[in-house]
Design a binder for this molecule. Structure first.
Ligand code: PMT
Length: 223
């Protein structure tokens, strides 16, 4: 049954939007609420998986039975995920990770000055791409949040980041993407298969995703 579908499996999910500090009171962030990732953690825990949630700051409660490790920046998320990775069977990267961070994190609040303020940004590590390079037995699931050419860009990410499954998320549609209670996604697989899900709440999306992960692990639902 689905309550034992993933028993004995270790699953790590990243969630939320990283925050990249500019000074003691400001950061660069994004609109991720963490809901999608938290729902995936709940769905995997319900199926008996040992579930770790590596979470950027959110207001969401920790799903029952899930271990949460809180992080703030992309670099912190990177360090935790890389440390846990060898022990895991499945990694799902639902977090919205900042591709760039301010080069300097000022030790004092930046004062208002002149007519413009220049902030230099430097690249963050691409956690998913790194995992794609070092993975052995693990099932690696990535997301792609896109505002145009959804399927083309998502397919390109799937290949470049060497993932086993990619969740393509059109974040411009109503009821989809950042912050909403529902989502509209497609699942893409390296063999060319594609599944388009209709709009549904994020927990339902998460349960579909979990069942696909179980299939990739070679376990199937009996009920
Ligand atoms: O949190 P919610 O409000 O519920 O919203 C859900 C969501 C829209 C955040 C989620 O469904 C989603 O699409 N997450 C991925 C967002 C994203 O950053 O996508 P991306 O296309 O920029 O990144 C592609 C993949 O690489 C993602 O799996 C991302 O976690 C990963 N990545 C990106 C950059 C980076 N430096 N390291 C990464 O690991």
């Amino acid at each position: 049954t689905s309550s034992t579908l993933l028993s004995g499996k270790k699953v790590l999910i990243t969630a939320g939007g990283t925050q990249e500090p500019l000074d003691p009171v400001r950061y660069l962030g994004n609109r991720s609420s963490g809901r999608m990732g938290y729902a995936i953690a709940q769905a995997c825990q319900e199926a008996g998986a040992e579930t770790i949630l590596v979470s950027a700051p959110t207001d969401l409660p920790i799903p029952k039975g899930v271990k949460r490790i809180s992080v703030m920046t992309a670099q912190e998320m990177h360090d935790v995920v890389l440390e846990e990775f060898p022990k895991m069977d499945v990694i799902v990267k639902a977090a919205a990770v900042a591709d760039y961070r301010p080069k300097e994190n000022a030790s004092q609040k930046i004062k208002k000055q002149g007519t413009s303020l220049w902030v230099e940004l430097v690249p963050n590590p691409d956690i998913l791409a790194e995992l794609g390079k070092i993975k052995s037995k693990q099932i690696l699931v990535g997301f792609a949040a896109e505002t145009e050419n959804l399927i083309d860009y998502a397919q390109e990410k799937m290949r470049r980041k060497n993932v086993d499954m990619l969740v393509a998320n059109d974040v411009t549609r109503q009821g989809s993407g950042f912050g909403s209670l529902t989502n509209i996604v497609s699942f893409l697989f390296p063999d060319g298969r594609r599944i388009d899900l209709p709009q549904m709440n994020k927990l339902e999306v998460a349960r579909h995703l979990r069942d696909k992960i179980a299939e990739l692990l070679g376990v199937t639902k009996e009920d």
